[in-house]
Design a protein around this ligand. Structure first.
Ligand code: PMP
Length: 389
């Protein structure tokens, strides 16, 4: 394994071997009893993961963007109004999707790396009626962690259906749909859920389903239409086979294995592990003299870190230099600051060794780029977090 590289981007991530083994098992038919059982169990586990006791889970073949598309297509009709809490690139994307389905969209769009004040959001909610409000839990382009609890409470207060893009958060950041009043949340398999790319997972609250059932016009997307998927999801959960579109059989087997592992670890324990890992990465980055895109720690994600390039180096050289020593990182994504920062993903199966390898590789990369710093300072800071000293 001399050419092995550690994948530390914000999805896809490193996967557990049991999950990959499930992917590689011989494919069964989608009506086979063992698949019916695995799909049924995966749906139940999805509901548990999203913490929405009466919610309806959907597991569809597609990427996270299908999750966005499905939520918007099913809840929005021409002429509806939507409020997007826009903390980066994926806020722009959901705004574009909402518009595609006929909504008039208002964005609350703070500068990159910032989170809007709840008072500002309340002012906007008060000033007009919004059918839906969207929140990107972790915007992967900025690493900003949204206050889903506070924002959802406001959305509920002013009668908006709350949609949460949890693609870079679910199974890594705390998300409690029931307690926080979230109506639809979705994610993708390749991030903290820990399954190779190809599945969109979503849960709709009873209120969201009621809004869907009260639509006056048909859903504008054929594939995303819950009318087609609802009977299928309900059938599999009742351990009966059903068909609308062929499910991604191997991915669903793998999902069931990963969700089993996630619930076995326990959600509280898992979130605490992500917090500890994140603190170690951020301590390492800070000790090396690098700033971060999020303005402060309270709005910084625990599933990823977005460090700024230090002054005096050519940022474009850093990610390839780190890659040469065996760790794959991601470049910038937010159009306004794209060349000013890079991104480290640390979610799912990530452990202490991965963090130390990553910080060590970043030190090597910085050094190769001619940046002056105390060698080992980042590693020492990360290790102090792990040892609690
Ligand atoms: N939302 C967020 C917050 C994301 O990070 C991503 C993917 N990076 C998406 C949506 C879109 O997911 P996908 O690339 O799987 O379509």
């Amino acid at each position: 394994m001399k050419n092995r590289s550690l994948l530390m981007i914000p999805g896809p991530i490193e996967f557990e071997s049991a999950v990959l083994a499930a992917m590689g098992a011989p494919t069964t038919g989608h009506l086979a009893p063992n698949f019916v059982e695995a799909f049924g169990q995966a749906l139940e586990r999805t509901r548990t993961l999203f913490q929405c006791k009466e919610g309806q889970p959907f597991v569809l073949a597609g990427s996270g963007t299908l999750g966005m598309d499905t939520a918007c297509a099913n809840l929005v009709e021409h002429g509806d109004t939507a409020l997007v809490i826009n903390t980066g690139y994926f806020g722009d994307r959901i705004g574009a999707i909402l518009e595609r389905y006929g909504a008039t969209v208002t964005h609350i769009r703070p500068a990159a790396g910032h989170h809007p004040a709840l008072s500002e959001v309340e002012q906007v909610l008060k000033s007009g009626h919004f059918k839906v409000m969207t929140i990107t839990h972790v915007d992967t382009s900025t690493g900003v962690l949204a206050d889903v609890k506070g924002l959802s409470a406001l959305g509920q207060k002013y009668g908006a259906l709350v949609i949460v893009d949890g693609v870079c958060s679910v199974a890594g950041e705390e998300l409690n749909m029931d307690a926080w009043g979230v109506d639809v949340a979705f994610t993708a398999s390749q991030k903290a859920v820990g399954v190779p790319p190809g599945l969109a997972l979503a849960v709709a609250s009873p209120k969201a389903l009621a809004a869907f059932k009260n639509r006056k016009t048909p859903v504008g997307s054929y594939y995303a239409d819950w009318t087609n998927w609802l009977p299928v999801m309900q059938a599999y959960e009742a351990r009966k086979a059903a068909y609308f579109g062929t499910p991604a059989v191997n991915l669903v087997f793998a999902l069931n294995v990963s969700l089993g592992q996630i619930l076995q670890e326990g959600l509280e324990v898992r979130f605490a592990r992500h917090t500890r890992i994140s603190k170690a990465v951020k301590a390492g980055i800070t000790a090396l003299g690098l700033g971060q895109v999020p303005q402060n720690d309270s709005i910084a994600a625990h599933t990823m870190t977005a460090p700024r390039f230090p002054a005096g180096i050519n940022g474009a050289d850093l990610v390839p230099a780190v890659s040469r020593v065996g760790v794959t990182l991601a470049g910038g994504l937010h159009p306004e600051i794209k060349n000013e920062y890079f991104r480290i993903g640390h979610m799912g199966a990530v452990n202490q060794n991965d963090v130390l390898a990553t910080i060590g590789a970043i030190e090597s990369g910085l050094s190769a780029c001619g940046y002056k710093f105390e060698t080992g300072a980042g590693l020492a800071a990360a290790q102090r977090v792990f040892s609690g000293s």
